[in-house]
Design a protein around this ligand. Structure first.
Ligand SMILES: [Cu+2]
Length: 445
C-alpha cells in the first residue's frame, strides 16, 4: 500500500507536473548520457547485438536479411540498435532457441471516486525457435501469460482505460483487462530473394497482425511501465488476435505486409482459443532508414472487434516513429505514435502517445509517457454522459532500480506517478485532479 501522505499532496492546478518532468527525460536524458559517454571515449563502440554462438556476426532475423534485433512483437520492426533481452540462445540440432520472461508484482493506487487500489502479478514468458529449412528460415514463437490468475478477470485499476469485458455483459471501464493465457502461438517462414530481400509468411493463433507499432510491452521505450497505454485500443491492442495470416516482403530497410485476421478482441474467458473467420484486413509499410530509426504507417479494417458492440466495425489508422540511441553507458529509446479509430457506424476518435525510456549502466531506468486520448466508452448506456467523447491527457513519470544479474535473472524495484488533465464535465465523476501511484517489484530474464 502506498503511503497515504502521498495521496493527499495533490495540487489544485491541472497543469500536469509529470508532463513537464516527462519532457525533461525526453530532452535532457540523451544530453546527459552523451556527456557521460564523451568523457570516456571519443567514439564509443556500438553495443554488440547478441552474437551467434561461434562468431561475431549478429543473428539473422526470422523474416529477412537483417540483424534479429530489428524484430519486435509479431512481424513489427523496432530500431535495429535496440538491445536484445532474454536468455542466451541455445542449440538443439538445427534449432536455435531463446527464452524471455518477465514478472511484475504491482501495487497501484488510483485516486478519486472512480479510482481503486489493487495488487496484481503480471507475467509473460516467451520461447522462440528458428532453424534453416530449405533455402529459408523457419521460426516458431510461443508466448504465454499467467495474467488470467495473477491479474484476474477484472484486470487492474487504470483510470480512463476502456476496452474488453470481464463478464461478457458489461464493458471494463477504469480498468485494464488482463492478457490471455495464450498471447502468441505463431510460426513464420521466410524465403530469401537474393542478397537483400525476402518474402515471408506468418501464421498465428493467436498472433499479431500487421497493424500498429510494436506492442507497448515489447518496445524498449514502453516495457518498463507496467501500465498499458490509454491508447492501447487505438494503437496495439490487436497484439492478441485469434487467427492471423500475414504475407510480407522485405527489401533492405523496407517492409510491406498485409494481414487477414479475426479482429474480435479476446472475450472474458482468458484461457481459451477463440475461432472466428479471418474477415478483417490490415496493411503496413515499415521503413528503418538507419539503425536508430523505425517508422511505420498502417491501416486496418476491423470487422466487429467488440464483443459488446458486434454491429460496429472499426477502421484503424496508425503511424509511429521510434528512435533508439546507444551510448557507451546508456540506452535511450523514444516512441511517438498516433492512432485513429473510425467506428462504422459511429464517430472517429484519436490517440497520441509520446514515451521514452533511458537506461543507464543497465541499472538505473528513467521513463515517461505522455498521452492524449479521445475516450467515448467511459459511461454505460444508462448514464447521462453515455456516448460522448472526452479528451483525456495523461502524463506518467517513473524510475526503476535493477539489482545485479543473477543466474535466475534480474530483479528490480520501480515507482511511478501519473497525473491526468480532464475536461470540466468529467470532474464531478472523476474528481478535480485524478492521479495515480504505482510501485512494482520486477523480475526479468
Ligand atoms: Cu494488450
Amino acid at each position: 500500500m502506498l503511503p497515504p501522505v502521498l495521496r493527499h499532496r495533490r495540487r489544485s492546478r491541472a497543469v500536469p507536473t509529470a508532463l513537464l518532468a516527462g519532457l525533461l527525460v525526453v530532452t535532457m536524458g540523451p544530453l546527459w548520457a552523451q556527456d557521460s559517454a564523451s568523457h570516456a571515449h571519443e567514439s564509443a563502440p556500438a553495443m554488440p547485438t547478441m552474437a551467434e554462438h561461434d562468431g561475431d556476426t549478429p543473428m539473422r532475423g526470422l523474416l529477412g536479411p537483417y540483424a534479429m534485433s530489428r524484430e519486435a512483437s509479431g512481424t513489427s520492426w523496432q530500431p535495429q540498435a535496440t538491445p536484445m533481452g532474454g536468455s542466451a540462445p541455445w542449440m538443439m540440432g538445427d534449432w536455435m532457441w531463446m527464452a524471455h520472461g518477465s514478472a511484475n508484482l504491482v501495487v497501484t493506487d488510483n485516486a478519486g471516486p472512480r479510482g481503486d487500489r489493487d495488487t496484481v502479478v503480471q507475467t509473460m514468458g516467451m520461447l522462440m525457435g528458428m532453424r534453416p529449412l530449405g533455402p529459408g528460415t523457419l521460426g516458431v514463437r510461443a508466448m504465454v501469460s499467467l495474467d488470467p490468475w495473477g491479474v484476474g478477470k477484472t484486470g487492474y485499476p487504470l483510470l480512463f482505460q476502456t476496452g474488453e469485458t470481464a463478464d461478457g455483459r458489461t464493458p471494463l471501464v477504469d480498468r485494464q483487462h488482463p492478457h490471455d493465457l495464450f498471447m502468441e502461438l505463431a510460426a513464420s517462414y521466410a524465403q530469401p530473394l537474393g542478397e537483400s530481400s525476402s518474402v515471408f509468411v506468418y501464421l498465428g493463433l493467436p498472433g499479431e497482425p500487421a497493424l500498429g507499432p510494436p506492442t507497448f510491452m515489447h518496445r524498449f521505450s514502453g516495457m518498463d511501465n507496467p501500465e498499458a497505454p490509454l491508447g492501447h485500443h487505438w494503437l496495439d491492442a490487436t497484439h492478441i488476435t485469434f487467427g492471423v495470416a500475414t504475407l510480407g516482403w522485405v527489401w533492405k530497410d523496407l517492409k510491406v505486409e498485409g494481414s487477414a485476421f479475426n479482429a474480435r478482441e479476446p472475450d472474458q474467458i482468458r484461457t481459451n482459443i477463440e475461432l472466428r473467420a479471418l474477415d478483417s484486413w490490415s496493411g503496413r509499410v515499415s521503413y528503418n532508414p538507419s539503425e536508430r530509426w523505425a517508422l511505420q504507417v498502417s491501416r486496418g479494417v476491423l470487422r466487429s472487434p467488440e464483443q459488446l458492440e458486434p454491429d460496429v466495425d472499426v477502421r484503424r489508422t496508425t503511424a509511429s516513429v521510434i528512435y533508439h540511441r546507444q551510448f557507451e553507458r546508456a540506452q535511450w529509446q523514444t516512441t511517438l505514435a498516433w492512432g485513429r479509430n473510425q467506428k462504422l457506424p459511429g464517430h472517429a476518435t484519436e490517440s497520441f502517445l509520446l514515451e521514452s525510456a533511458l537506461v543507464i549502466d543497465a541499472v538505473h531506468t528513467l521513463f515517461g509517457r505522455v498521452e492524449r486520448v479521445d475516450k467515448d466508452e467511459l459511461f454505460g448506456e444508462d448514464e447521462p454522459l453515455a456516448g460522448q467523447v472526452f479528451t483525456v491527457d495523461k502524463a506518467t513519470l517513473g524510475a526503476v532500480h535493477d539489482f545485479p544479474s543473477t543466474r535466475l535473472g534480474r530483479f528490480g524495484l520501480g515507482l511511478q506517478y501519473s497525473r491526468y488533465a480532464i475536461p470540466a464535465a468529467l470532474k464531478p465523476v472523476y474528481g478535480d485532479q485524478p492521479d495515480a501511484w504505482l510501485a512494482f517489484a520486477r523480475w526479468r530474464l
